[in-house]
Each structure stands twice: as C-alpha cells, then as structure tokens.
Design a protein around this ligand. Sequence first.
Ligand code: MEV
Length: 420
Amino acid sequence: MATKKKFYEMSRKERLAYLKNKAKLSDGDIDAILSPLSFGAANQMIENAIGTISIPIGIATNFVINGQERLIPMAIEEPSVIAAASKAAGIAKKTGGFTAEAKRSLMIGQIQVVSVPDPVSAKRKILDGRNKSDLLAVANSKGRSVSALDISVREMQDSSPNKMGHMMVVELVADTKDAMGANAINTMCEAIAPKIQELAGEGSNVVLKILSNYATRRLARCKAVFAKDDIGGGEVVKRILYAYALAYSDTYRAVTHNKGIMNGIDAVALATGQDFRAIEAGAHAYASRDGTYRSLTRWQMTEDGDLAGEIELPLAVGIVGGIVSVNPMAKVALKIMGVKNASELAMTMAATGLAQNLAAIRALASEGIQKGHMALHARNIAVMAGAKGKQVELVSRRIASEGAVTVSRAKEVLSALRKK
Ligand code: MEV
C-alpha cells in the first residue's frame, strides 16, 4: 500500500488539492492562491502604486492548538522558517500540542490634552459618572460592532528635552471584537475629543487622538512542553536554558531571540493581511515592560527533565476589515487556518512564535543554525542554477556536502548530472 505523502513531499498541484479538501477551499479560493494581487487592487490600496512585490507563501504543518489541528499559512522570504516551525510543532504534538489563550479584543485609544488649567478638576469632571457615560455614548454612536467600555485619565510631565510641561492623557478602552480596530478606535477618539477639551476647561487643548499599538489589554499566551528525547536529550535542554538565560539577561541577544519569534508571527501576519508593523511595535515594547528588553518567551525544565516553554505578547489582529477585506489571499489564508475569530488567530500566531523560538534555540544550542540553513539555501541555489525536479535534491545535497554552495558549482554539478 502506498504510504501517504507528507506535505513537503507533494507537488504544488498535490498541495493545493490537499488544502482544497482539508480546508474546504472553493475553486475561487484556489484562483486567489494562483493569481497575485492585481495592479487595480494595489492601486486602490496605496498611492502612487507601480506594482506589487511577491513573497513566497507556504504552509506550516503539525500544529495542534488547544486540541485542534491547524495548517498555518506563512508568508516569508527566509528559508528554514516554515520547516523549523513545522518540526517544532511536531515535537509539541507528541506531548499534547500547544495550549493557548487570548481574551477579549480590548484596544486603547489616547486623547492627549495639554495646557489644562486645573488638572485635578479636569480629571474629576471627565471621570464623573454622567460625563463619562455621555462620552462613552458618543464613542459608541460611532462604533458599529465595536463597543467603547471605559475611560480613564493619566497625568504626566513631558520628559523630552523640550520640557513642554504637564499633559493629561484620556484613555478610551473599546472591544474591537474580530477587527484589529484601528479605524474604529481612531474615529471614536476623534468623536469624543471636543467634549474632552470642553471638560478639561477653558484654555486646554487636545493634540493627539489616536489608538495605542501597545495593546496590553489584548494579550495572547501560549505554552507547550517539548520532550527532552525529541530535542536531543538532557544536555540540549540544559544548553537551551543557557540560551534563554542570555536572551533574558542581555539586550543584544534578546533582540535576535525575539527576531526569531517574530519570524513566525510576522509570517502569519503577512499571510493573513495583518498590520505587522503594529504587531512588531507592540511586541518589542512588551519585551521591555519591566524596563529592560528581554525574551518574549520563558523556558524552564519540567520535573521530568523536559523543556516547557511559554510566550506572552500583545497581538492586535483581526479577521474582518482592513486588508483582510481587500486581499483575497488573506481571506484564503484565514480559511486554511480555520480560525473563526480574532482570538483564535492571535492564539495561532502565539503558537507559531513559540514553535519558531524552540526551533531556533534548539538548533543554536546543539548543531548550530548554519547546517539546516545551508541545506535549504543549497536547494535555492540548485534551483537558480536550473535544476528541476529530482535534480534539485541531488545537486543541493552535493554542493552542501562540499561546502561549495554557489550557483557556479551548482551549474557544474548539474551539467555533470545531465551528461550521465
Ligand atoms: C534568524 O532569522 C533567526 C535566528 O537568529 C533566531 C535566534 O537567533 O534565536 C536564528
């Protein structure tokens, strides 16, 4: 009996057929995968458009998150990332997969008020029950499916060299549900700004009205256990803990450690049409929440000597609105993932980040990162040299083993192969 092919062993046609069946994709969905974003669409999305740039999109496999299998589309130009995530997910699967949570989609909007004549009285007025509910009612009149829930006030002094003095920041919290919510929050902030300026007293001035990308009320968490025997044994577990020690203690390492995590998270963000700049900015601020930039993951040894990992970060993501509604590929990516709401997307992204981190630090703590990288790089070089089908494997293996991963050497190997 023929054994079932693994996803990476399939041809593109077979992969699409597999996805069609597994994720119940329509012919239209398959067309969206096959055809890049049109210039017409691009020209409507941004100004002065001249075209689009393509980035490969692939599928990470083996993920089980909260008991559910998920195929994860990732858009990324870097080799190894998808293979690494899939491998780590396969290891986690053996101990029950990833356990994740992401609560309500609470976003924060900020209204900056300066030159407030009497901050104590201004704060009291804004937070007064009646005024506060009026403000929330105005915000909610703009909300459609987003609901404004609360208003708070923070006071601060300008600490920049310009010393602009005292400022009040009124913060609006709203549940943006399945949307990322930037537009809704910005609209709400602008709508309540005039009343806030009035309540803050004669002479006060509203300057900024904008959401905060530091989405600390929208955290996603994920954990998993990786059995020691599947990651190289007790010594590797110990070396991973040393790797984590450096990422926790040293900013130079923490940035690279977190870059690896974001390899996974950004790739899912890009594939599903998220605002990855917002996610990046929020993630790195969160990594510095105690005043020092640290690892976004935590690693420790379990009583059995296995490796337990956890990640926690703000993930403001949406499955409705924004680019998701304009780019057909993003919609198909969400369908492949099978996420039904923004929380499920956030949990999936957190799991991808954790898997990516395990894969990177496991490789770094054992054989080093270049071995796997070079093997995959060699494949790209073989393809660039003109190798097709089985030739790719033969040429790449040869040039990688020779340590001569160049197009010219790949061409020589290829031509020798063709003469045989
Ligand atoms: C490369 O894109 C990512 C890594 O540098 C991450 C890390 O060092 O942990 C391998």
